[in-house]
Design a protein around this ligand. Structure first.
Ligand SMILES: Cc1cc2nc3c(=O)[nH]c(=O)nc-3n(C[C@H](O)[C@H](O)[C@H](O)COP(=O)(O)OP(=O)(O)OC[C@H]3O[C@@H](n4cnc5c(N)ncnc54)[C@H](O)[C@@H]3O)c2cc1C
Length: 396
């Protein structure tokens, strides 16, 4: 893999080893396969299995349930190195971790003991089902319903269509948000929503054809239909009506994952462009001797470093048990806008070579775009940040 080793502050020698292992994996096994798989749109399931064997799919969760017991500052830097090698792998890891978070944080001890070992064991992959075709930014307008049947011994019947689900066609389990208030009208509000852990193989659950996307083509995104899917009460995570809060808490942590993916992607673009600019000759000199080019590289290096520090700041707050929702929104906004700008500028550094598939830069630029959209668009991040300015006392 092109590029220097990023100078990182890591809390333990074990964390330093983990980062080294990840860099090595990214250089040897991810980056060499990325271009071809993305062009073919083929999902690298076996690479996720390999990550699972290495323990990289469950780093931020307790060791007693099969997790890696790592703080967010370590997990996110691992994610960043994965993204530097292949964004689809980093995004998929982030989505899987997000899908486990509700059980890990809001599940009862019984639910944690029953479900987490398999979810964190490395051989399964999760999906997070919040969005619907008519309810993306306004997720509280969802229509998918979970109707209670059979009293305390019974369960729920889930019916509805989720949209844009990463890992929709391949997930082994899904964290699903659905209405339990019987409120069918759009805009019915977030108060009547609950969350459920649904097996990917549940009868009545079907995934649509993967969307044909601008980027991340190796990462399957599809609709998921719930046609009378039955789950027991033991699969409701949290109380009835608590689901929106659970889904939003998961997104706070997920946004840090997206920030780390964006920084890794931008770092990869900078690595390729800096190397190219030192070798490409124009007017008898390497182009990195022209200020017009070297300033693009200098700005990119500065922006990548700044965005990395912002997600690490939010991660340190999370690790210390402090609120981090606003800081996660700031990190996601900054890192993903940065990745869009840096990948675009690095295409410019390569000139025509940046625009063709001989180099990965045009792909990086396409991949950066969706990071400004997923897990809350950057307009929604600004809303979260602006709201915190009106209620500053709520943060600690
Ligand atoms: C590749 C991909 C993977 C995804 N993976 C998942 C997944 O795994 N699980 C999942 O649940 N969802 C997933 N999503 C869905 C994603 O979270 C939504 O696309 C996103 O939240 C935006 O919703 P929307 O597409 O409906 O856009 P809309 O909500 O229709 O927004 C359209 C535009 O209006 C703006 N807008 C909307 N409301 C406001 C407002 N109040 N103020 C200012 N601007 C506003 C938006 O910012 C946006 O620019 C994925 C999407 C993509 C593209």
């Amino acid at each position: 893999m092109t590029g220097t080793v990023v100078d990182r502050e890591l809390p333990t020698p074990e964390a330093a080893d983990l980062l080294e292992l990840t860099r090595d994996l990214a250089a040897r096994e991810l980056q060499p396969r990325a271009d071809k798989s993305e062009a073919a749109g083929s999902f690298p399931r076996e690479l996720f299995a390999h990550l699972g064997e290495l323990g990289l799919l469950s780093l931020p969760y307790p060791e007693k349930f099969g997790g890696g017991g790592q703080p967010a500052v370590v997990y996110l830097q691992v994610l960043e190195e994965l993204a530097r090698g292949w964004s689809t792998i980093a995004l998929g890891t982030s989505v899987h971790v997000l899908s486990c978070s509700a059980v890990a944080e809001f599940g009862t001890p019984d639910q944690q003991e029953t479900f987490l070992p398999e979810m964190l064991g490395g051989s399964t992959l999760g999906a997070y089902c919040l969005s619907e075709a008519h309810a993306g930014s306004d997720a509280g307008a969802m229509r998918t319903e979970a109707v209670r049947e059979g009293g305390d011994e019974g369960g729920y019947v889930i019916t509805g269509d989720k949209a844009w689900i990463t890992h929709g066609p391949v997930a082994d389990f899904m964290l699903v948000a659905a209405r339990t208030d019987g409120e069918r009208v759009p805009g019915g509000g977030s108060a009547g929503i609950s969350t459920f852990l649904v097996p990917g193989s549940a009868p009545g659950l079907t995934a649509g054809v993967p969307e044909r996307k601008m980027g991340f083509r190796a990462s399957p995104t599809s609709q998921v239909r719930f046609d009378g899917v039955r789950v027991g009460v033991d699969r409701r995570i949290g109380d009835e009506g608590q689901g929106f809060r659970i889904a939003m808490a998961a997104l706070d942590a997920g946004r840090l994952g997206i920030s780390a993916c964006a920084v890794g992607l931008a770092q990869a673009a900078l690595d390729v462009a800096a190397d190219y600019a030192g070798r490409r000759i124009a007017f008898g000199r390497p182009i990195d001797e022209f200020q017009g080019v070297s300033f693009l590289l200098a700005d990119a290096a500065t922006q990548v470093t700044a965005a990395r520090q912002l997600y690490l700041y939010a991660a340190r707050r999370k690790d210390a048990g402090r609120t981090f929702s606003t800081e996660a929104a700031m990190a996601k906004l900054t890192a993903t806008d940065m990745a869009m700008k840096v990948t675009t500028d690095m295409v410019q550094v390569l000139g025509g070579a940046g625009y063709v598939e001989d180099y990965p830069l045009e792909r990086y630029m396409r991949e950066a775009k969706v990071l400004q959209i997923v897990e809350g668009t950057n307009q929604i991040q600004r809303m979260v940040i602006a709201r915190s300015l009106k209620h500053p006392g709520h943060r600690s």
